[in-house]
Design a protein around this ligand. Structure first.
Ligand code: PMP
Length: 363
């Protein structure tokens, strides 16, 4: 069924990307719009293309495994030391290192009831138990009660949170961190922090401040979202040196390609491009909010580049996502998370126009 094609395993079994699966339903490739993976619809800075082209001739050589240039760029950006940075093939890989380093059978991780799926997937790889909150929003009191009860090895705070888009207040997170013993690693996943920082400084958690104040915090960032480099697979972790050293023990050599390192370094140097994309994102986000209001549905307040639309009772998110898919519009159905909602990545204006036109008939 259409439904099943949305399932990652089914896509794997189909052996082709969702775009090609949709094509089999008679949709022309030019009519397929994918607003499903929270990529930057405007891509990356033109400076990235220049930098990548300039080093294509170096492909015979292994990458610089010290990753000096990118670490230095991040260190300058955040006002930290390069030794306080680890680079992963996506922040996914840093999550994997951390779960392997800190947990295993008999250990626990604590996560929000609805959050980024990879935390749980990696915990299962190593046989760790997953404890989750009952509440959907970042309820830090509940997190604390569960921390006291279970003494997890890792707590994941995903803020802004995927797939809901909402964000904890930075002051609340810091108050929470102050109560956690150093045996528990707290991973603050800031995959969407560039958006939150732009929209509301009260939501912004700065890695420098976090790692100076807490010796058990690992901050995660990525080049896959605001920096428009999803295809390059570059993410990073920032923490005090002993945490970074522990993660380094799990890092395979040359885990980041030369192209990816160069692309990320160049992207960091064009902050103006990123800020323009983010400004545009929130202009378009306003249109999603207006759309939701006009149709009597709820948009969860988002500090990211996606919006979660909670559908009315009697309207099924699975049916809406399927109907959109049949017309070449790929969004994320959140029914699997127990939410009657769809998550839509904010696209280019014309892509959003198309979403509004199609969705108006369905919601
Ligand atoms: N954390 C969150 C909250 C995410 O949404 C994602 C990507 N969807 C990641 C981490 C991983 O991103 P990447 O591996 O591309 O850096």
């Amino acid at each position: 069924t259409f439904n099943q094609t949305l399932d990652a395993i089914r896509v794997y079994e189909a052996g082709k990307p969702i775009e090609l699966v949709v094509r089999e339903f008679g949709i022309e490739p030019k009519d397929i719009i994918k607003l499903a993976s929270n990529e930057n619809p405007f891509g990356c800075s033109p400076k990235v293309q220049e930098a990548v082209s300039a080093i294509v001739s170096k492909m015979a050589l292994y990458p610089d495994d010290s990753m000096y240039k990118l670490k230095d760029g991040l260190a300058k950006r955040f006002g930290i030391d390069p030794h306080e940075v680890v680079i992963g093939a996506g922040s996914d890989q840093v999550i994997e290192f951390a779960v392997h380093a800190k947990t295993g059978p008999g250990k626990k991780i604590l996560i929000n009831s609805i959050t980024f799926a990879m935390y749980e997937i990696y915990a299962h790889h190593v046989g760790a138990e997953v404890i989750r909150t009952a509440s959907r929003a970042h309820d830090l009191d509940e997190f604390y009660a569960l921390y006291l009860e279970h003494k997890p090895s890792i707590i994941f705070l995903c803020t802004p949170n995927n797939p809901t888009g909402d964000s904890a207040d930075a002051a609340d997170v810091k108050a929470f961190l102050s109560k956690i013993d150093r045996e528990t690693l707290v991973i603050v996943d800031g995959a969407y922090m560039e958006y939150a920082r732009y929209k509301d400084s009260a939501k912004a958690l700065e890695p420098k401040e976090l790692i100076e104040a807490y010796d058990n915090v690992l901050y995660l960032g990525t080049f896959s979202k605001a920096y428009g480099l999803g295809g390059m697979r570059v993410g990073y972790g920032i923490a005090q040196r002993d945490i970074i050293t522990a993660l380094y023990k799990l890092r395979p050599p040359f885990n980041i390609t030369t192209l990816s390192l160069e692309a990320a370094s160049a992207a960091l140097e064009d902050e103006a491009f990123v800020q323009r994309c983010i400004a545009k994102n929130f202009e378009e986000m306003d249109r999603y909010e207006a759309f939701a209001e006009a149709h009597g549905i709820r948009a969860i307040e988002s500090y990211t580049n996606f919006v979660t639309l909670c559908l009315k009772e009697g309207t099924s998110s699975t049916e809406v996502a399927d109907a959109l898919l049949r017309q070449g519009m790929i969004v994320r159905n959140l029914a699997g998370y127990g939410l009657n909602a769809i998550r839509v990545t904010v696209g280019k204006p014309e892509e959003n126009d198309r979403f509004f036109a199609l969705a108006a008939e369905l919601v």
